[in-house]
Design a protein around this ligand. Structure first.
Ligand code: HSE
Length: 420
């Protein structure tokens, strides 16, 4: 019999315990051994978790328990889980974690500490979708050209409701929290940080890139409003929050942001809490993975898949490389990224303003692709919405600053990147 200890018996931890009980027969048949949860750690002992396991508030009761074979880490955060996972590995216990923030910062150290002890993390990225397994194993014959996907269920749920139902941002964020999709601190979701953690994990498996969140371009969905949604509809785009990894020559660009994508693309049709990731390999071509990206049972399904794999004896190196990778690939500096942009500005509705704006953009080598002018409730103030041809990220950032300094431009300029 294999005994599990769970650090963090919240929504996902409870689902793990319940699924291991409810589906015990099929799980035992697949793993070859009975798997039971012995104990779990919580912060608040007075709250009933509805599961029949030993509950403690001391993580060392699990990590140092000689009877526990596999520690499942579902606490969230970085520093405390890092110390506990390290200790569990040093105690010779296999570890399964769903903690993407932990891996975004410490995956390479943890890989070294783990050595031959299994440390698995399928649930860390895209919830129930087996994208880690696909990249680590299924696509191991390929050089990966690109990865692009919806990696945060909360953002996708919110954008879907805003676009399809005109829902208000604050109300829909609250709903995502009630449904158990959002992180304890939802700014991790809407600010793009959660998706950036997942993208970094995928980039390590695909390219061997060792980067931290602060090294890559991260934007969220906080500034999107109904005007952007209407513009997108009018011009044939859907707005999605995407994680993008792309090989560009000898470099890899990594970025996470709200993106206008053609409405007919497959990812544009992925709605609600669902995630979808497309991976292009040099031999296999395009592959796509789709499923629930958040929620107790979907995430627990991935946690248990890792447990079953460990019990079966499937180990292998954590990030998928048995020896050092000398691909020569480096992280492309975020200022060097090139793409198309959509801009929204509030301007004086008078002659010469449009010419001033397009000439200012010209100073930064930015040319306009399409333009729309909309009246506002305020007399003599208009909204200008336009898309640009491909230009460099640093030029766009400089141009936005310069435009915001113009007397005829009011307030901050909103920007959404476009991928075709
Ligand atoms: N808050 C995350 C999301 C949970 O919304 O995708 C799954 O990682």
């Amino acid at each position: 019999m294999i005994k599990i200890g769970i650090l963090g018996v919240g929504t996902v931890g409870t689902s793990v315990a319940k699924i291991l009980e409810d589906n015990a027969d099929i799980i035992e048949a697949r793993a070859g051994k009975k798997i039971v949860v012995k104990s779990g750690v919580v912060k608040n002992l007075s709250k009933d978790r509805g599961v029949s396991i030993i509950i403690t508030d001391n993580p060392l009761d699990v990590v140092d328990d000689p009877e526990i074979d596999i520690v499942v880490e579902l606490m969230g955060g970085v520093d405390e889980p890092y110390e506990l996972v390290k200790k569990a590995l040093q105690n010779g216990k296999a570890v399964v974690t769903a903690n993407k923030a932990l891996l975004a910062y410490h995956r390479y150290e943890l890989q070294t500490i783990a050595g031959d002890i299994p440390l698995m993390y399928e649930a860390s990225t895209a919830g129930g979708i087996p994208i880690i397994g696909a990249l680590r194993t299924g696509l191991s014959a390929n050089h990966i050209d690109s990865i692009q996907g919806i990696m945060n269920g909360t953002c996708n749920y919110m954008l879907t409701k805003m676009i399809n139902e005109g829902a208000k941002y604050d109300e829909i964020l609250k709903e995502s929290q009630e449904l158990g999709y959002a992180e304890a601190d939802p700014t991790f979701d809407v600010g793009g940080f959660d998706a950036s953690h997942k993208l970094l994990i995928l980039a390590s498996i695909a390219y061997g890139i060792d980067a931290k969140p602060e090294d890559i371009l991260i934007d969220g969905i906080e500034n999107i409003n109904q005007t952007d949604v209407e513009f997108a509809k009018e011009f044939g785009y859907e707005i999605k929050h995407l994680g993008i990894a792309k090989k560009v020559g000898d470099a890899v660009e990594l970025r996470v942001h709200a993106t206008m994508i053609p409405v007919e693309s497959m990812i544009a049709k992925v709605d609600g809490v669902m995630n979808a990731v497309t991976v292009i390999g040099d031999r296999v071509g395009e592959t796509m993975y789709y499923g629930a990206g958040a929620g107790g049972d979907a995430t627990a399904s991935a946690v248990i898949a890792d447990i079953v794999d460990i019990v079966r004896g499937n180990q292998g190196p954590m990030l998928g490389y048995k020896k050092g990778l000398e691909s020569g690939l480096t992280l492309l500096d975020k200022s060097e990224i090139t793409t198309q942009y959509y801009l929204r500005l509030q301007v004086d509705d008078k002659s010469g303003v449009l010419a001033t704006i397009s000439s200012k953009l010209g100073e930064f080598d930015i040319s306009i692709e399409a333009m729309l002018q909309k009246p506002t409730k305020e007399k003599n103030i208009s909204q200008l919405l336009f898309t640009t041809h491909i230009c460099k990220e640093n030029k766009m950032q400089e141009a936005i600053k310069a435009l915001e300094e113009l007397e005829s431009v009011y307030g901050d300029i909103a920007m959404i990147r476009i991928e075709k």
